[in-house]
Write a protein that binds this ligand. Structure first.
Ligand code: FES
Ligand code: FES
Length: 150
């Protein structure tokens, strides 16, 4: 079936099964490889994008559920040639190690800060459940607090 998706401000039409996970569509049909596959069961957060501003795990989201939404991937987070402030903080504080989880981490954190500009540690724990095998959690937390106080 044919589906038209609004991704990073551009329309893309793909021909896939309705239950194809959005993650496969982003990566394999559209070529946006910044969004990563980790677990495939909505447990790790590597596949997180924004759907209508909400951090959403795309490995379990059927493509048909993403029609008529605004999808933003890591490739679309920066605007007008400027990095998003979360991306800048990530560079400033050298948050990533291998980097594999970090697209999803940045998408989750940017959505959190949009909804809650000054999250407490408890709120961060609740909202940011992304898994990082390199253990960058403390630098993620420190960067969120730095951005909260900016
Ligand atoms: S790949 Fe989607 S949550 Fe792990
Ligand atoms: S930076 Fe390596 S998995 Fe998170």
């Amino acid at each position: 079936m044919s589906f038209t998706l609004n991704i990073n401000g551009r329309k893309h039409t793909v021909d896939v099964e309705p239950d194809t996970p959005l993650l496969w569509v982003l990566r394999d049909e559209i070529g946006l490889k910044g969004t990563k596959f980790g677990c495939g069961i909505a447990a790790c957060g590597a596949c997180t994008v924004h759907i209508d501003g909400e951090a959403t795990r795309t490995c379990v989201l059927p493509v048909e559920a993403a029609v008529d939404t605004e999808i933003t991937t890591i490739e679309g987070l920066a605007g007008n040639g400027e990095l998003h402030r979360v991306q800048e903080a990530w560079i400033r504080n050298q948050v990533p190690q291998c980097g594999y989880c970090q697209s999803g981490m940045i998408m989750a954190v940017s959505a959190l800060l949009e909804q809650n500009p000054r999250p407490t540690d408890a709120e961060i724990d609740e909202a940011i459940t992304n898994v990082c095998r390199c253990g960058t959690y403390q630098r993620v937390r420190d960067s969120i607090h730095e951005l909260s106080n900016a």
